[in-house]
Structures are given as C-alpha cells and as structure tokens.
Write a protein that binds this ligand. Structure first.
Ligand code: ME8
Length: 526
C-alpha cells in the first residue's frame, strides 16, 4: 500500500441541486478516504463544483440572475449537503475561483505551444443539456442524445482541437501495463469497443457560441470547452502551476501517492481517455486508477437533473439519520454496478442490516453484560470450539475486509462485516447465555460476553468509515479509551476486560415498512 492517497469525486454541475446520485459517489469517496486515514495513510480528498457552461448560463438567465450569483447559491447548497452527510473532504474546488481559472488558461497555453492543440472547425450534433457534441452514429436516425435521450441539433463553429491520436499509443500502453488503471475490469473493454476501436476524433476544446467560461488568452472570443476546464480541477486544487506547489508535489508528483478518480459511468471516457492525454501533453504523471461506478435509477427510471426526477438526500437524513443514509448508499448497490434507489429497498436494507443485525447485537450484548456481570466486561478463560470458531471468523473477516477495501471493493468489504455480525447473533443463539447463567456456568458465560464484546468492537471499527456517528456511540457504550478506539489488523484478542458497559437504547429503531415506504415515495414525487 502506498503511503499517501489522493481521492477525488467528479466536480458536479451546480445547474440544479444535488440529488441522491451525487450523494452516492461522494459518500463512497468519503468512505474510502476515511478507511485510508484509519489505516494511517496520509489522505487528501477533493470534491467541488463545475461552474461553467451553456446550461448554467441558460438556467441563470431563466432565473433572472447572473451566472455567478446562480452558481454561488447552488455551490453553497452542495457544501451544506456534504456537511450534513459528514463528508470529510479536505478541499472544495469551484471552477470559477481565481486559483483554477489561471491554471486552466496556462494549461491551454502550454498544450497549444506544445503543438497539441490547433484551430479548426467543429461540425456535429450538439446536446445542450449535456453540453456534448455527438457523431452521426451516436445520435442515430432519430437524432437523440445518447446520454439523456433529448433531441440534438446540428451545430458548427470555429474551434480549437486537441490532437488525441498523438497520445493514443502511450495511453494504450498504460492501459496494457497497468490492468487496474480502469476499474472494474469490464469497463476497459467498454472503453476500447465504444470509443477507441471505432477511431478517436480529435477533441474539441473551445466554444464561441456562449461566453460563460474561461477565456482563451490568445484568442479571447473563444472560451475553453467545459471538459478541459473541468478536468484540470484535479491539479489546480493542489496548487499546480501556482506560487505554492507543495500539495501538488506531495499528492500528485510523489510516486508514493496513489491517485484515484472515482467517476460515474456517464463521464468515464473523459477521465480514462482525454484526461490522461492532457496530462501527457503537460508532461505530468497520469492517475493510478479511474474507478467507474454504476448509475442509480429511481424505481427503475433513469434519474437525472435533465429529466427532472430526482430524490434529495436531505429529507432522508432528517428523518433517518446520516448513518442510515450512508449505509444504504454504500451497501445496497454493489460499487461498480448499476443500482436502484427504491423506498422498499431502503426500508428493508435498514431493518435487515442495522436494526435486526448490528443494532440488535449491541442491544443484546450490552444488556446481558449489565445483567450478568454488573456492567463490566469479564475476562476470557479457556475457549471452547464455538468460541474459537467465532474468534477465527473475526480474524478472517478482518483480513478479507482489508483486501476488498484495498481493491476499492467497498460493498464487498461491508458484506464481510454484516456476515460477521450475523455470525455473532447466531453465536448468541447457539451459546444460550441465559441457560449458562441459570446453570451457574460462569466461566463459559464470561467467555461469551468477552467474545461478543470483541466482535462488536472489531466490527464497529470496520464499519466506522460508513457509520460515523454510530461507531462513536458504540465505543462510548463500551467506555473505550482513545487507544482502544484505534484500528489495527493485528489486534490484541479481547483486550477490554474490566471496561464498563452502558446498556444501549435502540441504536437503530425498526422502521415500519408501510409508513416509511409511503413517506419516501412522497419525496420522489415532489
Ligand atoms: O458530469 N447515480 O457533473 P454532474 C449515481 N461536471 N451517480 C450519479 C447519478 C446517478 N443517477 N447522477 C449523477 C458532470 N451521478 C461534470 C463532471 S468531472 C471533471 C466533471 C454522479 O453534475 C456520478 O458520479 O452531471 C456522475 O459521474 C456525476 O454525478 C456527474 O455529475
């Protein structure tokens, strides 16, 4: 594992407010960042907003405000949402900030002087909501945008182009030599078959048809097309090409820093193909991995701001708590595959994993320790076969969890935790502590309580990058010292003898399926 970790979300368009899809990607990045920090890796986590472009200019005009006023308001709402979701980003970059604008202009100049960019004419099918030009094949006979399904129109303008084929051999070499450059692995074939094999066009990197963007210094009637502007955020935020390049040196140039971009399937080609090429033109290192996550639909319908059917995470957080929403997002959809947001799945998932499994285990254990051992964790003595099996299961789960996380398999890592918690609940049923107590088998009963405490603390540490509030509550219930709260794979077995234990009050109350699904359905309709 590298010593440092730089992780980024896409920078979202503040053309409308954030929805559950944005929250999904940001939450997963947050979980990865928190996991790395917990492992002692120096981590830098970036998110932000992509504030230029025709759509934003149009939306601002509709509202009767300037584009800057428009993005200021929505960027503020994004930041508030991330606070409410306990997102631990180290920085929030906005592409209208001076620190970014200057870098983008310099990047353009460098690439132009390097003969990577030339002035030509662009003709194609343009989708205004998506700000993308498409080819004849892509729009089909009906002339519909392949992304959002809306009609496209023919457009032509003088524009600058980036020479993609100049860097294609180097890109293919990187993809070959580093098989984990694009993750999950099947996304590589998709990139090759859909975009690279049919032949790559040069990329249009400027516009003259609107002016809400970063001007090209050498030819001010052009603005830099939104993707070259947007992608540059990953280095401008680190201070590339500024008076203080210390963060850039630390988190980009140092080969001992792992650079990971997490992006949705809708924008993978920009990150996997063009962004590495821009970096090659600038003579900079390319990222280690681009992880392409799937898109969430809403009750089976594609969710997008352009279509106007979105769910905001805020009312969900207000009603169910931030951990519940974070857990649902990270656990329900396998990270890397497409998924679905549905009220029924939400309620089922929370009841199954948090109320019945995790919450129940903590409630039962803390209550039994109070009943049988006056609220103090007893010491372990000789273990029987069942105890040994649970001890082994804990160690095995911990190792599998780390391996999955190191491969960015977030959901799989969390499944390890829920399976371990299931085993612990089953261990209670099999050990029948109530019988041990009745029969006065105190040593065996003590072992059961000590082992359960051990599993709960290990599992809570594993789950803590997701359940940021509850994990602290559980540590408090077991009166853990600061040292006892740290995470260590080679942990000491049952080191909690003598710790006081407070009886839990329902950590995650069971949700009433009928009332809550109805409530969440009403949110999706608003
Ligand atoms: O594309 N399910 O911004 P954007 C899951 N500004 N994730 C979703 C989602 C859904 N239904 N909808 C959106 C842009 N996302 C550019 C990015 S980066 C240099 C510039 C997430 O506001 C997902 O991560 O349209 C997707 O890639 C991103 O939001 C697109 O956000």
């Amino acid at each position: 594992m590298k010593k440092k970790f730089y992780i980024t979300t896409p920078i979202y368009y503040p053309s409308a407010e954030a929805h559950i899809g944005h929250a999904y990607c940001t939450t997963i990045c947050d979980i990865l960042a928190r996991y790395k920090r917990m492992r002692g890796v120096e981590t830098y986590f970036l998110t932000g907003t992509d504030e230029h472009g025709e759509k934003i200019q149009k939306n601002a005009a509709l509202k009767g405000v300037t584009p800057q006023e428009f993005v200021d308001e929505i960027a503020g709402k994004f930041q508030n949402l991330w606070k409410a979701m306990k997102i631990s980003n180290d920085d929030f970059i906005r592409t209208t900030q001076d620190r970014h604008v200057k870098v983008v202009q310099d990047v353009f100049t460098k690439l132009y002087n390097n003969d990577d960019i030339y002035l030509g004419k662009y003709e194609g099918w343009y989708c205004t909501p998506c700000e993308s030009f498409w080819t004849d094949t892509q729009v089909g006979e009906e002339h519909l945008c392949p992304d959002c399904g809306r009609p496209v129109h023919k457009a032509s303008e003088e524009a600058y182009f980036f020479k993609t084929n100049k860097y294609l051999p180097e890109l293919l070499k990187i993809m070959d030599e580093n098989p984990k450059f694009i993750l999950p692995l099947n996304r590589k074939n998709e990139m090759m078959n859909t975009f690279i094999k049919p032949g790559l066009n040069d990329l249009c990197v400027s516009r003259t048809s609107f002016d809400w963007g970063i001007q090209i210094r050498e030819n001010p009637k052009h603005i830099i097309y939104v993707w070259m502007d947007a992608l540059t955020n990953y280095i401008s935020a680190l201070g590339y090409d500024s008076d203080d390049e210390s963060k850039f040196k630390k988190f980009w140039e140092d080969p001992d820093c792992e650079i990971v971009h997490i992006v949705g399937a809708d924008i993978s080609r920009f990150h996997v193909i063009y962004w590495p090429m821009f970096l090659m033109g600038l003579g900079l290192r390319v990222p280690d991995r681009v992880f392409v996550h799937g898109l969430l639909d809403l009750n089976g319908e594609k969710m997008s701001k352009s279509r106007g059917n979105v769910v905001s995470p805020l009312p969900l957080i207000d009603r169910y708590g931030v951990d519940t929403v974070r857990w649902y997002l990270a656990r329900e959809m396998t990270f890397g595959s497409d998924g679905r947001f549905s009220p029924e799945l939400f309620v089922d998932r929370i009841n199954m994993d948090l109320a019945n499994n995790f919450g129940n285990l903590v409630n039962r254990t803390t209550s039994m320790i109070n009943k049988y051992f006056e609220g103090k964790v007893p010491a372990v003595t000789e273990l029987n076969e069942r105890d040994k099996a649970l001890k082994l299961a804990t160690e095995t789960a911990l190792r599998a969890y780390e391996t999955y996380f190191d491969d960015l398999k977030v959901t799989e890592a969390l499944v390890e935790v829920t399976e371990l918690l299931n085993k612990a609940n089953k261990y209670i049923e099999d050990s029948t502590p109530w019988t041990l107590s009745k029969e006065g088998r105190v040593d065996e009963l003590a072992n059961v309580m000590a082992l359960l405490t051990n599993v709960i603390i290990v599992a809570t540490k594993m789950i803590s990058p997701v359940l940021v509030e509850t994990s602290e509550k559980v540590f408090d219930l077991f009166h853990l010292s600061k040292e006892q709260r740290t995470y260590d794979l080679n942990y000491e077995f049952c080191p909690f003898t003598g710790n006081e234990v407070t009886k839990a009050t329902a950590l995650f109350p069971r949700l009433d399926a009928e009332t809550e699904t109805e409530y969440i359905h009403s949110l999706a309709k608003q």
